[in-house]
Design a protein. Structure first.
Length: 328
């Protein structure tokens, strides 16, 4: 069996869908709450569903039946200010699962984040050495919590401490796609623009505060969540691959290009782009460009092409956002 923590969340539920589609027995560990997050996993045959508070006890009782843990569970809000809460949920659980997998000879794939790169001044190279990681300066508590885990694991590996049978950290860039609807203000820019298209027809983007970037010209590495799930499945099938890897497309695209791709996917709607001033609170830490360096994952043997922005937007809009059932 494969345990997916955060398995009812955005990326986690897409991994669950991909695993179930190929006949794996999947255990989901997650909070569902009182909203419709449960719909993210409603279409799939799940072997069991456990609350995060019971995860340790469940693993102790079922360790011989688990071959891998895909750890996507975390507080993912970049606006979270309770550092103790971030440590409890993002740091402690991750390192406990590392210890479990190292002690029980299991595979572990865990979610890091491109947010660990901070303002990008140190580059976007997925170098997992303690020295390289020590140069990064995350800009918020969420990013710091992910970076703390990366650094702790890097030090353990460098020191020759016991490791899981396979260990992989994935630095996710700007992921978009189905099942992100419960994330409120942390949903992708694309789904928020789609809502604007339906409500007002005005696609609102930030003005630029730098002369070297046009309004809407700020760049992000947008990756479809389907590609993220494909990489995770490939890693599970290639247990000799270990390390910390970027997960983006390797090609930065602008928010204006994203808006134009949405307009192309909705040809019957009269849509227009307008620009507005960036909130003052965002200016100091705002990233104008992110782009994943993908050489290490490619060098490890992953050869599948990533979905282009235009393809991904057309798929998400046409097959999910514009349908009566937007869940995967």
């Amino acid at each position: 069996m494969i345990l997916v923590t955060g398995g009812a969340g955005f990326i986690g539920s897409n991994i669950v869908a991909a695993l179930c589609a190929r006949g794996e027995r999947v255990i989901v560990c997650d909070h569902l709450g009182t909203g419709e997050k449960w719909r993210n996993i409603a279409k799939h045959e799940i072997a069991d569903l456990i609350a995060p508070a019971l995860c340790g006890d469940w693993l102790a009782a079922n360790h011989d039946r688990i071959r891998a843990i895909v750890h996507m569970g975390a507080i993912s809000a970049t606006t979270e200010t309770d550092a103790d809460k971030l440590v409890e949920n993002n740091v402690r659980l991750s390192l406990d699962l590392w210890g479990f997998c190292a002690g029980r000879d299991k595979q572990l794939i865990y979610a890091s984040s491109a947010a660990t790169y901070g303002d990008g001044s140190a580059g976007f190279e997925d170098d997992a050495s303690p020295a390289a990681l020590g140069k990064l300066r995350p800009l918020n508590g969420y990013a710091w919590s992910k970076h703390l885990v990366d650094r702790s694991i890097a030090r353990r590996v460098a020191s020759g401490d016991p490791t899981p049978r396979q260990w992989v950290g994935l630095k996710f860039f700007n992921v978009y796609g189905p099942n992100e609807y419960h994330k409120a203000g942390m949903r992708s820019v694309l789904v928020q623009l789609h809502e604007q298209a339906r409500s007002s027809g005005r696609l609102r983007l930030f003005k630029s505060g730098r002369p070297d970037y046009a309004d809407g010209g700020q760049l992000r590495d947008f990756i479809h969540v389907r590609d993220c799930a494909d990489v995770v499945l490939w890693l599970l099938d290639h247990g000799a691959v270990n390390g910390l890897f970027n997960l983006g497309t390797g090609k930065a695209r602008s928010f204006l290009e994203l808006a134009h791709a949405l307009m192309k996917a909705l040809p019957k709607r009269q849509l227009a782009v307008e620009f507005f001033d960036m909130p003052k609170a965002l200016e100091s830490g705002y990233q104008y460009r992110t782009e994943a360096k993908m050489d290490r994952l490619r060098g490890a043997g992953y050869t599948k092409l990533f979905t282009s922005l235009e393809e991904g937007v057309a798929d998400y809009v046409g097959n999910f956002l514009e349908t009566s059932d937007p869940y995967r």
